[in-house]
Structures are given as C-alpha cells and as structure tokens.
Design a protein around this ligand. Structure first.
Ligand code: ADP
Ligand code: MG
Length: 382
C-alpha cells in the first residue's frame, strides 16, 4: 500500500467517512545558513523524501476534529477556537494556527473539518515537521473550502504566520520557504531580506545523509528565542535593522563596543551569511571539496560562536569529517539537539554510516537514527 492509500484508509477508519483532500509536504534540511533567516541573511535548504500527510473532510457542524498517528486520540474543539492549546493538545496549534491564519489573510476557511495527520518524518529533529504540517494543512484547508490555489510564497507566509503568531516560535522564513519551493534534486536559495526564492540544481553524484542525535535540549524553544533576542540586541547596538546587512569586515570594524557574548553571536550570523554566498559560488564552480569545507566551517561557527550545538552533534560531526567519502558535516536546523547533515560522495555508504552510528552508540549509549536522503519536491496536493 502506498503512503497515500494508507492515509486514506486510516482516515476512513478514524472518521467513518472518506477523506475529501489529501496534501503532503516534505521535511527540509538546512543545507547551510544557520540562524541567518530572521537576520535578513541567505540560506540554502532542500526538501527531503520524508513527509507529513494531512487528510481532511468536512466535519460535524460547529466542530473541528483532529487525529494524528503520533497522537491517536481524536481531539475535538469548537469550530473557530482561537485559544492556544497546551499539554497533550499542543500539536493542534499547528493546524489550528493555519486555519486562523487563513482568515487573517482574507482566504477561505472550511467552516468545520475532520483532520488526520500521518508522517514518516521524525518530529523535533530539526527537519521541520512543524512547517511540513502547517503547509500540508494549509493546502488541504484551501482545497476543502473550494478556494483557488495560492502561490508558494503566500503558502510559506501563511505557515510562518501561524508558527510565529499562534504557536509562538519566532522562526524565520527558512522552514516554510524551503518546503513551499522545494524541487527534486535542487537546493532552494532564499534571500531572506526580500524575501526572494530561487532553486539551483544539486550537483549530480553527491549524497546527503542525516544523523539524528535523538536528543533535544529541554529548553529548546526558550534557547531559540534567546538567540533571536541576542541577535536583535547586536543589531540595535550596531545601528542596523538586520545583522546580515553587514559584511564581516564592517562588523569587525564596529564590534569593539559590544559585550563579548553578543559580539560572538553577531560574528556567527554575519560570517554565516557570507558563507552561504561562498557555497553558491563553489556550487557554480563545481568545487565540492570547497562546498564541504564551508559546511564544516558553518558547524564550527555554531559550536564556538553561536553556541547552539551539543556534545552529541559535535561528536557526530567530528566522526563524520574523518570518514572516507565525507565532504563536510554540520548541524542542521535550529540546533540545541536534533540532527547533523553530511554531504558525501557515493563511496560513503551504509557501512560507513553504521561505523559512525556504532561510535555514537559506544559513547552515548544510544544509536543515532541514520537517514540517507533524496532531495524531494515541495508541498502539494496528492
Ligand atoms: P521540528 O519542526 O524540527 O520537527 P518542532 O518542535 O518545531 O520540531 O515541531 C515538532 C512539533 O510539531 C511536535 O511537537 C508536534 O506538536 C508537531 N508535529 C509534527 N509532526 C506531527 C505529527 N505527525 N502529528 C502530530 N503533531 C506533529
Ligand atoms: Mg519546527
């Protein structure tokens, strides 16, 4: 049975009627561009062949009903509920926030619905299951309401609005932008100042691997918000609206008066933004050794300057970069746990990956989740 057939069958089993619409959205990796997005910088991301599916039908009048393969109890809310849910109901905030955002954007909303989420994308791993859920829900709701299709950029804005304003995570446009614009065998380039979106081909013959550390800092949302605040503090002290408007040389000339910690955060962002440009140039020149070195340099900057890495992520990167066939490795996503992305030549294979996994198990008492990736298309109706 295909995943779509499985989703349809499960929907019928749970809600006693067929799904009207099924949408799916891929997870994403941040190829490079760490915490640059909300600082007006550039990022490169890619959709991955792990997805979140959202199936919907109209529901009981006056009611929203939700079920997920991760949270199998059917939860119901009064239609139009606009209060943020907590505890076991927290996951409802993603689809509910998108439904509310449709209204705020002047788009059609279904008056009631049944909604089922199915996923083969690890959640909380830095692969953006939250944005995948938002974008799949957005497409499904619009279609269910009989609304015309919206652009990929509008869809990304809708999901981000829900995550920023209802879920309450101050994420930039990386997650939703990559998932909306993702294209098979391409990287998505986002100039977050615009924002402007484009795609660039992945060089053939390279592989992406994800090593999920399966650890996550308990205070992860607070730490993300703290870094966000530190970047704003740096920008304000430097007299710019967005940190990425500074070159590394300009920052070096002006950073003297900053508190040391704030100066480190600013240096990470400004140099990381410059590194994204260097990766784009190296890709165009087909210089994959240089691309890999820049990815690893990004990790070292996260490790030492932005301090959003963990001993687990550092260990994975250290082991990967000494493995034959690995061009570079870095934490992917917000950090403070989650996953490492490795760029590899084909000679790095399952045996090489298992060797890294075995070393991690010996050190931390737990095997990482190892995922070989294909670069996939973006959010779509199925
Ligand atoms: P990430 O986006 O990196 O996966 P987040 O913490 O931003 O991590 O988002 C994870 C949250 O998204 C989960 O805690 C849950 O609330 C929601 N979520 C993701 N996938 C699912 C799913 N299949 N079913 C229900 N909720 C999900
Ligand atoms: Mg997320």
């Amino acid at each position: 049975m295909s995943q779509e057939q499985e989703v349809a069958a499960r929907f019928k089993e749970v809600f006693g009627r067929p799904a009207t619409v099924i949408a799916r959205a891929p997870g994403r990796v941040e190829f490079i561009g760490n915490h640059t997005d909300y600082n007006g910088g550039a990022v490169l991301g890619a959709g991955i062949d792990r997805h979140v599916w959202v199936a919907v039908s109209r529901g009981e009048p006056g009611q929203f009903a939700f079920c997920s393969d991760q949270q199998t109890t059917v939860r119901t809310l009064a239609a139009g509920t606009s209060t943020r849910q907590t505890g076991a109901l927290s996951w409802l905030n993603y689809p509910l926030g998108v439904w509310l955002a449709l209204g705020q954007f002047g788009l059609s909303q279904p008056a009631d619905f049944n909604l089922l989420v199915h996923s083969d994308l690890p959640s909380g791993a830095g692969l953006s299951s939250s944005a995948a859920l938002e974008l799949a829900a957005g497409l499904a709701f619009l279609q269910l309401a009989g609304a015309p299709a919206i652009t990929a950029q509008r869809l990304a804005e809708l999901g981000r609005h829900a995550e920023n304003n209802f879920v309450g995570v101050p994420c930039g446009v990386l997650d939703q932008g990559t998932i909306a614009f993702a294209r098979r065998d391409h990287l998505v380039h986002i100039d977050c100042m615009g924002p402007k979106f484009s795609t660039t081909p992945m060089p053939p013959g390279l592989r992406l691997w994800v090593f999920n550390s399966l650890t996550k800092h308990a205070l992860i949302d607070g730490m993300y918000a703290q870094r966000h605040a530190e970047c704003q503090q740096a920008a304000k002290a430097l007299g710019v609206e967005l940190l990425a408007s500074l070159t590394p040389a300009e920052l070096a000339a002006r950073a003297g008066g900053l508190p040391p910690l704030i100066a480190k955060r600013a240096r990470h962002v400004v140099e990381e933004h410059a590194r994204v440009g260097q990766v784009v140039a190296a890709l165009a020149a087909n210089d994959m050794t240089r691309v890999g070195a820049l990815l690893t340099a990004s990790h070292r900057s996260s490790q030492h300057l932005f301090e959003n890495s963990t001993p687990q992520l550092d260990f994975l990167v250290d082991r990967l970069v000494e493995s034959p066939g690995i061009l570079g490795a870095r934490l992917t996503g917000g950090g403070f746990g989650g996953a490492v992305l490795a760029l590899a030549r084909p000679e790095f294979d399952a045996a090489g990956a298992q060797a890294v996994g075995a070393a991690y198990l010996a050190k931390f008492g737990r095997a990482p989740e190892i995922i070989p990736l294909q670069v996939a298309d973006g959010a779509q109706l199925v």
